[in-house]
Write a protein that binds this ligand. Structure first.
Ligand SMILES: [Mn+2]
Length: 478
């Protein structure tokens, strides 16, 4: 029996018991007579061609099974606690093109799931379990607005199916990470931190943004065994740092980095399906100007406030405001803003400089599930509605803390034309920051019984960054 999966020497061994534990937790929340049925992801073609995207398993399916290939189904019989994997019955010709056809007992060894059958046996096997209800997965992803893919197979109409019960239970289980899941998160955050450090040593004026992206991808894959990153790399330099989702097809990290640019690089590796999501902001030259230092340290003050205050029981929306307050206080000290910080927040000045939420749950999805489940506080009205969750923190949650400060022309223009907001800006100074771009500092943290454990290990203070970019070459040894 195989005990673990890894990408070879130096990479993390992910124990199959991680997924067995998830199944056990799930069964513990359900009742006898129920049988869970999930459908895994399928291969997706590039349009009408015979070329496929590199397969990524659907996250709920990964959580429950650890299965890494397309076309599968999974069932869990709550009465017996027994799990079943159903794999596609592939034609013999498959062996010619794709490699050896594995038998069901070989799949059993690879994934450690009690019973393995072919997908065409799904209906008959489920019948033999004599369930009173099949539980399928159906519910909204509150970040995308899309719906989880519900299992469908021939003959499902012969069963009593409930597609409501499962979703909130399994999503909630995904919110609280097990010790084994935390180990995987620790690993992917460490690999991604190291990759960011390699990028910081490499970056300099005259290079293209995508060359920095490629250093990140190389380190994550070559050293960390991460075949995927968790989302499209955002490598904005200079004014591009103010484009929150820079890096997409119409803005593909293709500007040259110049002296005087801040770099805002938001990138995260993915290992065994688990995602890191880290942002580093640093000056291209390795040396902060006074203006860069002011904005950077304002954002860092926001990050520090949350790292200090976050602990079980604290509301995420309160953490968002704590970060905003610390940042605005610092910008006021730096003479960019004026007036009372509480009044600034009342009038939405925080949303002009940081239009996005403080951060989000993190796990098998970058914007992980469970932000607004039925038992959780609903989305707040007004600007706090941008938060991806308004929940109270609990030990075992992993979230990003990612305050930012951006100089976005459209938003600044709006504030300038709105007397209630305009009064708080020292416009003479603020105008000098047009084209500056932005700063974001994003850490991945575990909520513990006592507070926060940071899983991110990158230079963070101005002194650390300057020292590392000047003298960090020794880091190359690790
Ligand atoms: Mn993020």
């Amino acid at each position: 029996m195989i005990e673990a999966w890894s990408m070879g020497p130096g990479t993390l061994e992910v124990p199959l018991s991680l997924f067995a534990k998830n199944r056990e937790r799930l069964a513990g929340k359900l009742r006898n007579g129920q049988v869970v049925v999930l459908q895994g992801g399928d291969d997706i073609s590039h349009y009408d061609t015979d070329i496929h995207y590199v397969f990524r398993q659907e996250a709920y399916f990964t959580w429950v099974s650890g299965v890494r290939e397309p076309g599968c189904f999974f069932a869990l019989d709550v009465t017996t606690k027994k799990s079943y994997l159903f794999v596609p019955r592939l034609p013999e010709e498959y062996e010619v093109w794709m490699g050896k056809l594995l038998t069901c007992s070989e799949f059993k060894k690879i994934y450690g799931i009690e019973e393995v059958h072919y997908v065409d046996e799904l209906q008959a096997i489920l019948k033999s379990l004599n369930p009173d209800t099949l539980l399928t997965l159906n519910g909204p992803n509150t970040d995308s607005g899309l719906t989880a893919k519900e299992a469908v197979f021939k003959g499902i109409d012969e069963f009593k199916v409930d597609n409501k019960v499962l979703f909130p239970i399994i999503a909630e289980l995904r919110v609280i990470k097990t010790p084994q899941e935390i180990e995987v998160m620790r690993y992917v955050c460490k690999v991604s931190s190291d990759a960011h450090k390699q990028v910081m040593l490499f970056a300099r004026p005259g290079l293209m943004e995508y060359q920095c992206e490629s250093v990140f991808l190389d380190h994550c894959y070559r050293v960390g065994g991460c075949r995927h990153v968790s989302y499209t790399c955002i490598c904005g330099s200079g004014h591009n740092g103010a484009t929150l989702h820079y890096g997409h097809a119409a803005a593909p990290n293709a500007k040259m980095i110049h002296t005087g640019d801040m770099c805002l690089f938001d990138m995260g590796g993915n290992y065994a399906g688990y995602a890191a999501d880290i942002t580093c902001s640093f000056p291209a030259t390795g040396k902060f100007t006074d203006d860069q230092k002011l904005v950077y340290e304002a954002v860092l003050a926001g990050r520090d406030a949350v790292v200090r205050e976050a602990k079980p029981g604290v509301l995420w929306s309160d953490m968002h405001l704590a970060a905003n307050r610390a940042m605005l206080e610092h910008l006021k000290k730096g003479n960019l803003l004026k007036g009372d910080v509480a009044d600034m927040i009342k009038n939405g000045v925080n949303g002009i400089l940081q239009p996005h939420g403080l951060g989000h749950l993190l796990g098998l999805d970058v914007h992980d599930v469970g932000g607004y489940l039925p038992h959780c506080p609903p989305r707040l009205a007004g600007p706090l509605g941008r938060l991806r969750t308004a929940r109270a923190l609990q030990a075992g949650m992993i979230l990003t803390i990612e305050p930012g400060c951006y100089f976005i022309d459209r938003l600044l223009d709006g504030a300038k034309n709105n007397p209630e907001q305009a009064q708080f800006f020292n416009w003479e100074r603020v105008e000098q920051f047009r084209g500056f771009g932005g700063v974001r500092i994003e850490d991945d943290v575990l909520i513990t019984e006592h507070g926060v454990e940071n899983l991110t290990f990158v230079p963070r203070t101005v002194a650390e960054i300057e020292d590392f970019m000047a003298n960090g070459a020794n880091f190359k040894k690790c």
